[in-house]
Ligand binder design. Structure first.
Ligand code: 13P
Length: 340
């Protein structure tokens, strides 16, 4: 493990004003996203869409890394440049989603475990050849008001995260460790804080047990937020306070950055929450983003699969990146939405 190299890649991803564009939707997920804008999920449409994202001028000021799906790592621009090469040439680090998705956890109704550890060392070696500098593994923690997630579900998922992270570091790849307490459901913000606390505590116990080098990784947590179906949605400052209280209690200062997922929040809410947290800084870690939907939903809605919408889609992506860049400095305001 080359600690110095791991540390400098992790820091570069969350350099000033920068964060991560999560464009690693699996085949099934991108199909869902495309259906919402009536685009057929063919391999070529997926390639065309990702080319629009990655060729947007100016995003390199705000995007330190892009997470790709395996198919995309093997694809090229229309003129034959591999996407990983294109991103690197623009100063954006290419990363790769390496988990194989979540399946039902045996004997634990309502819980899931993420698969993909078998053969992972070999796959990582190949992804590294193809240019990947970092990786991502997502554990999903479903929740109810009582029994889910169970101690067993948390242990199984955090153990897998730690095995993945150790494998990545052995091969010089920076792991993004993503334990996501889902915001689906009706749980309160208090319940989310309690669960996120339990999960993060378990994550760092496992990472420590597996010898993971904290300075050479990034954490991708959920914000502490009420479930989408909860009657009471907390105001922005309450989300920021609860999230940072939870992170301060459980995330060691050695971790260079927290790259929050958006998890189904609107683009504006995600940016607002990020901004409020940075406005309360400084913090021991960079407070940054690794947004999928919160960066892409408005872009997809503008594109709708049409060539003549390409420029508009790229303008919207750049604008969202800029706004999140401002939020990294605590300088975003809702009134900037809609302004050029
Ligand atoms: P969202 O920001 O849409 O939650 O996606 C981030 C991600 O990569 C989830 O794994």
């Amino acid at each position: 493990m080359n600690r110095q190299q791991l540390g400098s890649v992790a820091k570069a991803i969350v350099a000033r004003q920068k964060g991560v564009l999560a464009a690693d939707e699996s085949g099934r997920t991108i199909r869902k996203r495309f259906e919402s804008v009536k685009v057929e999920a063919t391999e070529e449409n997926r390639r065309r869409y990702r080319e629009i994202l990655f060729t947007t001028d100016g995003i390199e000021r705000y995007i330190g890394g892009v997470i790709l799906f395996e198919e995309t790592l093997r694809q090229t621009t229309r003129d034959g440049t591999p996407f990983a090469e294109l991103l690197s040439s623009r100063g954006i680090l290419p990363g790769i989603k390496v988990d194989k998705g979540a399946v039902a956890l045996a004997l634990h109704p309502g819980e899931r475990i993420t698969e993909g550890l078998d053969g992972l060392r070999e796959r990582l070696l190949e992804y590294r050849e193809l240019g990947a500098k970092f990786a991502k593994w997502r554990a999903v923690l479903d929740s109810d008001e009582r029994d889910v997630p169970s101690a067993c579900g948390i242990r199984a998922n955090t153990h897998a995260l730690a095995r993945y992270a150790a494998l990545c570091q052995e091969l010089g790849i920076v792991p993004i460790v993503e334990p996501e307490v889902l915001m689906d459901g009706a749980h309160t913000i208090e319940r989310c804080e309690e669960l996120t606390s339990r999960v993060l505590e378990a994550v760092f116990i496992e990472l420590d047990a597996h010898g993971v080098f904290l300075e050479g990784m990034l954490l991708k947590p959920n914000m502490v937020i009420a479930g989408l179906k909860c009657e009471r949605q907390a105001p922005v400052q309450e989300v920021a306070n609860a999230t940072l209280r939870c992170m301060s209690r459980h995330v060691p200062a050695a971790v260079p950055g927290l790259v929050f997922l958006s998890g189904g929040q609107s683009a504006e809410d995600a940016t607002d929450h990020l901004n409020a947290m940075n406005a309360m800084g400084p913090w021991p870690w960079q407070i940054s983003f690794s947004f999928g939907r919160a960066l892409q939903a408005p872009v997809l809605a503008a594109w709708r699969g049409r060539e003549d919408n390409l420029a508009a889609a790229q303008r919207i992506l750049l604008r969202r990146c800029e706004l999140n860049g401002l939020a990294r400095d605590g300088k975003y305001a809702r009134s900037l939405e809609g302004a050029p």
